[in-house]
Design a protein around this ligand. Structure first.
Ligand code: ADP
Ligand code: MG
Length: 693
C-alpha cells in the first residue's frame, strides 16, 4: 500500500545506468536494495577540485584541475618503469605518470597534440612536476565538469567509485517532489531546504563542508528520519492507550511469603521499583514499563514479585527470555521462590515437544499453572492462557515490538514489564521505546566488590596464561570470551575452537567450550560442569552474554575487546563479581589500537557505572554502533547520528506528540505528507490502524 509517488524510490538498483545484475548486488550489499537506499548513501568527505593554477605555479601536494596539451609519450624501457605522458600549458611542463598502464588505453585517451582536462594530485620534485595516475582525464571542453567538489563515498570491493557516483547521479534525476511534512515554521526558522534539495546538495555539494553532519541539508534529512521514528512510536503508544487495560490489585499474601523466604532484604531501589510497578498494575490503564538495572542489580526478584501480583489478582503471568540458556536460568532462579509462595511455575522452550508439551499447555489453559517462563516458544499460537495479566519481557534488545505485542495478545488488557540490563542512554531509550515509563535499579545489592579491570595487548598472552595458572591454583573459575569476528558464525566458531584447543593444551581437560551452534544438550552439560566446578575455564562465544550466573567465577578474559561495544563489554564483565570473591577482568586487544578505541577501553577500566559507560560510548562512537550488533532491537539510523543530532531527536519527539494531539489519524494535509514520510522510512506498520482519509 505504498503511495505511488514513492515507487521510483523503491525501484530495484539494477534499473540504474551502470549497475547491471552483478554490480547492483554489490551496491545493494553496500547500502540497501532500493534506489532510496542508494540516495541515503551519503558522502563522507569531498575532494575539492576547484583549484586551477598554471603549471608554473602548481604547488606540491595540491589537488588541481588543469587544461594541458599532450606533447609526447614516453614508453617504459623495462617493466618496472612507469609510462610517462608529457604535457604543457605554456607556463611549464607536467608528466602524467602511469604504472602498469595499457599503452592502447593511454594512446586513445591522451593523443599527442590534443588538449585535455585532467584532475589529480600534483607532486613537485626539484623542478619536475608529476601527476601519478590522474583521477580524471576528459576532453578539454569538459573542464567545467571536473572543476567541482567531488563527493567521496564509502565503497565496497569490486564497485568502482565512478560507477557508484554515476548511479547516484542518475537516481538524483528521478527524485519525486514530495509534499513537505516538516512544520513550515521550523523550515523557516532553521532555513532548511526541501527534501529534494537537501538530497541533491549533499550529493552535489557546493561548499567544502557541505557534507558535514551539521550542514542544513544533513540536519533536515536527519530530522526526517527521527520524525518518522518518533511518529511511529507515538502511533504505537496511541494504539496501546486505546486498548482497554484492567486493574490488577493483589492483597500481598504471596509476595509476603516470598519476601519472608529471601535470605536478604530488598535494596531501596528494588522496593521503589516494586512500588511503582504495583501502582501501575493497580490502574485501569495498561502498564508499559521498563525495568532497567545493571547486571547483578537484582531484577529477577522484582520481576517475580510483579508476577505474583497478577497471581494474587487471580490471574497468570509469563516471563519471556531471549535465549534458551537464559530461560532455563530464570526458571531455576524463580522456582524455589515460587515454591515458597506455593505457586506453580513451568518452563516452556522450543525443546518441549509432544505429549509433555501438550500436558503442560492444557494445564496452562486451565489456569493450574500460574507462572510460566519461556523463550519465543511462548508466543506460538497454541499457547493459551486462562487469564494472562502480566507479561514480563527480559529482552536485552533481542525482541522486537512484534513479540511483545503477540504475547500481550494472549490475554485481556495485559500489563507489560520490559526488563533490560543494558543501560540505555536517554537518547537511545527515546528512539527505541518512545516515552515509556521507567523504573531503575540504581543500587547494587550490598557486599559486591569492585572488579579489577585491566587492558593488555594480545602479545602478552603468555603472561595472561601464567596469571590464569596462578588463579586456578587459588581455586578461581574463568570465563574466556571470543568475539563475533565476522558476520559468519563459522569463522567466529573457528576462533573460539582454536582458543579452546590452545588452552586445553596448557590446562588439560578442565577447559570447556560453549557456542551458539552447539546442540542445546551439549551446551547445558558444559555449562553445568562449569557451574559445578568440574571445569576451570569456560571458552565461549558471546552466548554467555545474556545472564548466566555462576557466583564462583571470578575471572573474565575478553579477547579482541576492541571489537565489542562498551555496553556489551560491561555486560560481559558483569558475569564476574557476583560472589564474595575478588574478581578481575582482562581486556585483551589487538595492536595497534586507535585513539578512540584506547579511550573507550579506558572508560571501562575507570568505571563500573553502566549508565556512565553507555553515555560515553554513545559520545565516542555515535548511536549506530553503540550496541555493536545487528541483533540489537533498537532502530539503526542511516541519516541521523544520535551523538550529533541529539537536539533534533528531542524536537522530533515534541513534534510527534503535537501531531498526534492535533490530528491523531493523520488526515490533515500535513498528516497526508507525514504518512508519506512513514512509508519513506518503512515505518508504516501502524498506518493501517488509522482511520483512512
Ligand atoms: P540481574 O539484575 O542481573 O537479573 P539477579 O536478579 O540475577 O540480577 O540478581 C543477582 C544476584 O543478586 C542473585 O544471586 C540474587 O539472589 C541476588 N540479590 C538480588 N537482590 C538482592 C538483595 N537485595 N540483596 C542481596 N542479594 C540480592
Ligand atoms: Mg537477570
Amino acid at each position: 500500500m505504498r503511495p505511488q509517488i514513492l515507487f521510483p524510490l523503491f525501484a530495484a538498483l539494477d534499473k540504474l545506468p551502470g549497475l547491471g545484475p552483478r554490480l547492483s548486488k554489490l551496491a545493494a550489499k553496500l547500502c540497501g536494495e532500493h534506489v532510496v537506499d542508494l540516495l541515503w548513501h551519503l558522502p563522507v568527505s569531498v575532494i575539492d577540485r576547484r583549484a586551477s593554477p598554471s603549471l608554473a605555479s602548481a604547488e606540491n601536494g595540491a589537488i588541481v584541475t588543469l587544461k594541458v596539451k599532450v606533447e609526447r609519450h614516453q614508453k617504459p624501457s623495462h617493466q618496472r618503469q612507469p609510462y610517462r605522458v608529457r604535457c604543457s600549458d605554456g607556463s611549464g611542463f607536467i608528466d602524467l605518470v602511469f604504472f602498469n598502464a595499457r599503452d592502447q588505453w593511454l594512446e586513445k585517451n591522451l593523443p599527442i597534440g590534443t588538449w585535455r582536462a585532467i584532475s589529480g594530485r600534483v607532486e613537485r620534485f626539484g623542478g619536475e612536476l608529476n601527476m601519478v595516475h590522474p583521477d580524471h582525464i576528459v576532453p578539454a571542453e569538459e573542464l567545467e565538469s571536473l572543476q567541482r567538489l567531488e563527493p567521496v563515498y564509502p565503497l565496497t570491493a569490486g564497485l568502482p567509485a565512478k560507477t557508484l557516483r554515476k548511479a547516484i547521479d542518475a537516481a538524483l534525476t528521478r527524485l519525486p517532489d514530495l509534499p513537505e511534512w516538516i512544520d513550515p515554521a521550523v523550515m523557516r526558522r532553521d532555513d532548511w531546504p526541501s527534501w529534494r534539495e537537501a538530497l541533491s546538495s549533499l550529493h552535489r555539494p557546493e561548499a567544502a563542508d557541505g557534507f558535514s553532519l551539521q550542514s542544513r541539508a544533513r540536519r533536515r534529512l536527519a530530522y526526517d528520519e527521527l520524525l518518522a521514528n518518533q511518529l511511529a512510536l507515538a502511533l504505537v503508544r496511541q494504539q496501546n492507550r486505546s486498548l482497554a487495560g484492567r486493574p490488577s490489585q493483589g492483597d500481598g499474601r504471596l509476595r509476603e511469603k516470598v519476601l519472608a523466604s529471601l535470605p536478604y532484604q530488598l535494596t531501596g531501589s528494588q522496593q521503589q521499583a516494586m512500588h511503582e510497578i504495583a501502582e501501575d498494575m493497580a490502574q485501569a490503564n495498561r502498564m508499559l514499563r521498563l525495568l532497567q538495572g545493571d547486571v547483578g542489580s537484582g531484577k529477577t526478584v522484582v520481576a517475580l514479585l510483579a508476577m505474583l501480583i497478577a497471581v494474587e489478582a487471580e490471574g497468570q503471568a509469563a516471563l519471556l527470555a531471549p535465549t534458551d540458556i537464559l530461560a532455563r536460568q530464570h526458571f531455576a532462579n524463580l522456582q524455589p521462590l515460587a515454591q515458597a509462595a506455593g505457586v506453580e511455575i513451568a518452563l516452556l522452550t522450543g525443546r518441549d515437544k509432544g505429549k509433555a508439551r501438550e500436558a503442560l499447555l492444557s494445564r496452562l489453559a486451565a489456569g493450574d499453572i500460574k507462572l510460566i517462563v519461556g523463550t519465543h516458544a511462548l508466543v506460538q499460537e497454541d499457547v493459551v492462557f486462562d487469564d494472562l495479566r502480566l507479561a514480563v519481557v527480559d529482552e536485552q534488545h533481542r525482541f522486537g515490538v512484534q513479540q511483545r505485542v503477540a504475547l500481550a495478545g494472549k490475554g485481556r488488557g495485559v500489563d507489560l514489564l520490559v526488563m533490560t540490563a543494558t543501560p540505555i542512554p536517554r537518547t537511545l531509550m527515546l528512539t527505541g521505546y518512545g516515552d515509556i515509563d521507567v523504573s531503575r535499579l540504581t543500587e547494587k545489592p550490598p557486599g559486591r566488590q569492585p572488579i579489577d579491570t585491566r587492558t593488555l595487548p594480545i602479545e602478552r598472552l603468555d603472561d595472561v596464561v601464567e596469571g590464569l595458572r596462578r588463579a586456578i591454583a587459588g581455586g578461581a573459575r574463568i570465563y574466556w570470551v571470543c568475539p563475533l569476528v565476522d558476520e559468519s558464525e563459522v569463522i567466529d566458531l573457528a576462533a573460539a575452537s582454536e582458543r579452546h584447543r590452545h588452552l586445553s593444551q596448557i590446562f588439560g581437560d578442565r577447559v570447556g567450550l560453549v557456542h551458539g551452534k552447539q546442540k542445546a544438550a551439549e551446551r547445558d552439560q558444559t555449562m553445568a560442569a562449569f557451574t559445578a566446578g568440574d571445569l576451570d575455564i569456560l571458552v565461549a562465544t558471546t552466548v554467555i552474554e545474556v545472564g548466566v550466573n555462576v557466583p564462583e567465577a571470578t575471572v573474565m578474559v575478553i579477547e579482541h575487546a576492541e571489537r565489542f561495544g562498551l555496553a556489551q563489554l560491561h555486560q560481559l564483565r558483569g558475569r564476574v563479581g557476583r560472589g564474595s570473591g575478588k574478581s578481575s577482568c582482562l581486556l585483551l586487544y589487538q595492536t595497534p589500537l586507535g585513539e578512540t578505541a584506547k579511550a573507550r577501553l579506558s572508560i571501562l577500566r575507570e568505571s563500573e557505572d553502566g549508565f556512565r559507560i553507555a553515555e560515553e560510548d554513545l559520545r565516542l562512537r555515535g548511536g549506530g554502533e553503540l550496541l555493536g550488533t545487528r541483533q540489537s532491537g533498537l532502530p539503526e539510523f542511516r541519516l541521523a547520528d544520535l551523538a550529533a543530532h541529539d537536539d533534533l531527536l528531542t524536537m522530533a519527539r515534541d513534534d510527534a506528540h503535537l501531531i498526534i494531539e492535533r490530528d491523531h489519524n493523520l488526515l490533515s494535509p500535513r498528516g497526508e505528507a507525514l504518512r508519506i514520510l512513514l512509508y519513506l522510512f518503512q515505518r508504516d506498520a501502524m498506518i493501517k490502524t488509522l482511520r483512512s482519509g
